[in-house]
Design a protein around this ligand. Structure first.
Ligand SMILES: [Cu+2]
Length: 158
């Protein structure tokens, strides 16, 4: 009788461990499939130095590699309309001049909270076939004009 219980316990332990392994493998494969890149890095910036240290704009680092520096303030992103030609890798550096904002490019996995006093850094590899115009929006309520805080990212191929 006791041996039968031990056998049942072993079967259950094996089933639980194999389920955990299966879930972990599935999660890993799906994360790879959607190009999940994990949490972004943040680095502090002194509030008064923000405008000296952070110059909004687009910089091409090498062929297809762009650094896009964006400042969020109530209620706009600067720059507001970004056009990139054949991007392979985009490094977004996003900072807030006033309150908490949320930087999101709709339809992609770019989504980061922009905390005043920090620069959020996201490295994003857009899919090779991705082109067109995508909405950049603020997804953290940041005041009365929050709904008008949006811009565009246009990816041009060819
Ligand atoms: Cu907002």
């Amino acid at each position: 009788m006791a041996e039968g219980k031990i056998f049942t316990e072993k079967v259950w332990i094996i089933m639980i461990i194999s389920t955990l392994i299966a879930f972990t493998v599935i999660l890993g494969v799906l994360a790879e499939a959607i190009s999940y890149t994990g949490p972004s890095a943040v680095c502090p910036v002194k509030y008064v130095e923000l405008n000296e240290k952070i110059k909004p704009g687009v910089k091409q680092l090498s062929l297809g590699v762009y650094e896009v520096t964006i400042i969020g303030r109530q209620w706009a992103w600067t720059p507001n309309n970004i056009t990139l030609k054949n991007p392979r890798k985009i490094i977004f550096k996003v900072a807030s001049e006033d309150v908490l904002h949320g930087f999101e490019i709709a339809g992609t996995n770019v989504n980061v909270m922009v905390i005043p006093g920090y620069v959020a850094v996201i490295t994003w590899t857009p899919p090779k076939d991705m082109e067109g115009t995508y909405i950049i929006l603020c997804n953290e309520y940041c005041g009365i004009g929050h709904q008008s805080m949006y811009g565009t990212l246009t990816i041009v191929r060819g």
